[in-house]
Design a protein around this ligand. Structure first.
Ligand SMILES: Cc1cc2nc3c(=O)[nH]c(=O)nc-3n(C[C@H](O)[C@H](O)[C@H](O)COP(=O)(O)OP(=O)(O)OC[C@H]3O[C@@H](n4cnc5c(N)ncnc54)[C@H](O)[C@@H]3O)c2cc1C
Length: 431
């Protein structure tokens, strides 16, 4: 078996699975991560002796490739599943939206529009995805649900996710997302792992170490390029490292920034300029529950967040603490948006007040603690015809490959999407 030296750049789930698969094939692997934690967007913080995700995370039963990786790490028995539900806030009322009966009772829409939204859902599950990359979600949904239902129901949810860019997001993005979320015939369930996502990254760390992978933590990559002989090298703040082959798993805007001239010239990339959406999560530890729903959409503009995700509806008390309810308020937005740059103190105050508007009986005494986390690079701001813009798996044959979120589309951005992408990249890069 060949034993080239691979450098995997980035220690999020894409980097972890890449390193695992390469080491299992007998290659020498060095993984380089800029922060002090493995797991990327799935990293954790500590509160009263427990760990919690900075950004809400869960699994779906349809996450087959990810679940296989977790099985290979011996974690299957640690995953548990619970029913999950969705609701929609409108004028301070909360409407569950999980069954056809719920939709028929959904008062924010006139009755005819409820039927059209129901039809959109049913059609979305059976229609072909062909051609959907080239038309916008807005156009597709307007056609199926009608202008009025689009404006009241779909548009605020799209705006919540993509802001002003919502109008150009391809219908294929919506189609895959919709089908992933609603893929269960016997009601939705979602999965979590005992001990939280840290359990997963700890298992990776142990297995990678057993396989001889070198983990270089807290080494921020500044440049990636090819030397005079065409061999890749990496410049970190501390050292210059050489490798036979690089697997880049960093967020695309970081890659774009780090790529040197020679590599940029040799790589066949149709569009370097793919911008990314960022996110803020405000995590609240409460002494009382808010709703029985995992996800409560809050699309009205009076709320500074897009949704209230009550992860404690999925997690056991053993994993979060007796009597502790965990709620994530989430807002997707660009890293240059003034709201992204607001101070934690201002943000906490404003967001808690907005939450109290929706739950007037929520008192400050109900809040045990709260934290704010931001991530500048979550997923691409998709535009029509994205499949033609998507960067390829192999940037320089035999030298530089790419396995990162910018390519996951049309699969939903998720740990499972990354597991699929890594497999695709390694199959093409190392046939
Ligand atoms: C709010 C939120 C909720 C989510 N919910 C879910 C969910 O429920 N289920 C699910 O499956 N997925 C969920 N996701 C998506 C999931 O987190 C991502 O799809 C996935 O983590 C992407 O993994 P990645 O390894 O490609 O990238 P990242 O996780 O972004 O990892 C990139 C890594 O590169 C490192 N890095 C960056 N720059 C440098 C540098 N210059 N030098 C060295 N290292 C660097 C970073 O520190 C990071 O570790 C969610 C994401 C967010 C933000």
């Amino acid at each position: 078996m060949s034993s080239s030296h691979f450098a995997v750049l980035g220690g999020g789930i894409s980097g972890l699975i890449s390193a695992l698969r390469l080491a299992e094939r007998g290659h020498r692997v060095t993984l380089i991560e800029g922060s002090d934690q493995l797991g990327g967007l799935g990293t954790f913080f500590q509160h009263e002796g427990r760990t919690f995700e900075r950004f809400y995370h869960c699994m779906l039963p349809s996450d087959g490739p990810l679940l296989q990786v977790l099985e290979s790490l011996g974690l299957t028995s640690e995953i548990y599943w619970k029913p999950s539900s969705f609701a929609y806030a409108h004028q301070r009322a909360i409407y569950p939206l999980n069954t056809p009966k719920d939709l028929l009772a959904f008062r924010p829409l006139p009755f005819l529009d409820r039927l059209r939204v129901g039809f959109t859902g049913a059609w979305g599950r059976v229609c072909s995805a062909k051609g959907l990359d080239d038309i916008s979600t807005a156009e597709w949904l307007r056609g199926l649900s009608g202008r009025r239902a689009f404006g009241t129901f779909w548009q605020p949810m799209l705006e919540a996710k993509f802001g002003d860019s919502y109008d150009d997001v391809p219908a294929l993005w919506f189609w895959t997302r919709f089908n992933r979320e609603k893929g269960e015939s016997k009601g939705e369930v979602k999965g979590y792992i005992r001990g939280g996502y840290k359990r997963i990254t700890d298992a990776f760390r142990q297995r990678l170490t057993e396989l001889g992978v070198t983990l270089r933590m807290q080494e921020s990559i500044q440049q990636v390029d090819l030397d005079e002989e065409g061999r890749p090298f990496i410049q970190t703040a501390q050292v210059r490292l050489q490798a036979d082959h690089l697997v880049l798993t960093l967020p695309w805007p970081v890659i774009r920034h780090c790529v040197g001239d020679k590599l940029r010239q040799q790589a066949t990339v149709p569009h370097w300029n793919i911008d990314f959406q960022g996110v803020i999560n405000h995590v609240l530890f409460l002494r009382r529950p808010l709703t029985p729903h995992y996800w409560l959409a809050t699309p009205e503009t009076r709320y500074p967040f897009d949704g209230v995700i009550e992860t404690s509806t999925l997690t056991d008390e053993e994993d979060r603490g007796t009597g502790r309810h965990v709620v994530y308020l989430t807002k997707y937005l660009h890293r240059t948006d003034p709201r992204y740059l607001a101070s934690d103190a201002d943000l906490k105050k404003e967001w808690l007040a907005a939450l109290q508007h929706l739950f007037p009986d929520l008192s400050p005494n109900d809040v045990e603690a709260d934290y704010v986390f931001r991530a500048p690079f979550v997923e691409p701001i998709y535009t029509r015809g994205y499949l033609k813009k998507r960067p390829p798996e192999v940037l320089v044959p035999g030298r530089v490959s790419l396995a990162t979120t910018v390519q996951v589309y049309p699969v939903v951005t998720s740990w499972n999407g990354s597991a699929i992408q890594v497999q695709r990249t390694l199959d093409l890069a190392l046939p």
